[in-house]
Design a binder for this molecule. Structure first.
Ligand code: FES
Length: 144
């Protein structure tokens, strides 16, 4: 059911933990399954130089946070903002349709962390575009 990449990132997640004195933190949750993801970023000269996460959630959410933190490291805030949940899922070589919503947490967590950084630095917040792709648009049902 899961790709080797998903299993790899689930079993050996990258960037687990907290950043001390983070420049931005984003916490998001899925009200349906109760899973929670917290993303920490360190920003230098508009570049995300470090990203870590703590996820209390399903395997797909853990793999998504691991991959998302890998993908945004070294990116400018603008580029990191463009990271969609679909791109995270693609980098994981796909997620089962019923698990696509788990990758949405990663996109939202990164967005919140970036906006937290922008708020702390007196910059205007960026607006969430509904970029997420759920395979079943309104279906947020989680099945563990
Ligand atoms: Fe809740 Fe995956 S995030 S089941």
């Amino acid at each position: 059911m899961y790709s080797d990449t998903v299993m790899d990132h689930f079993k050996n997640p990258r960037n687990v933990g907290e950043i001390e004195n983070p420049d931005g933190v984003g916490e998001v949750g899925n009200p349906v399954c109760g899973d929670i993801m917290k993303i920490f970023i360190k920003v230098t000269n508009n570049i995300i130089v470090d990203a870590k996460f703590k996820t209390f959630g399903c395997g797909a959410a853990i793999a998504s946070s691991s991959m998302a933190t890998e993908l945004v490291r070294g990116k400018t805030l603008e580029d990191a903002w463009q990271l969609s949940n679909k791109a995270v899922a693609e980098a994981l070589e796909g997620l089962p349709p019923i698990k696509m919503h788990c990758s949405v947490l990663a996109e939202e967590g990164i967005h919140k962390a970036i906006n937290d950084y922008r708020k702390k630095n007196g910059l205007p917040l960026w607006e969430e575009k509904k970029t997420h792709s759920h395979d079943h648009a309104e279906d947020l049902t989680c099945e563990h």
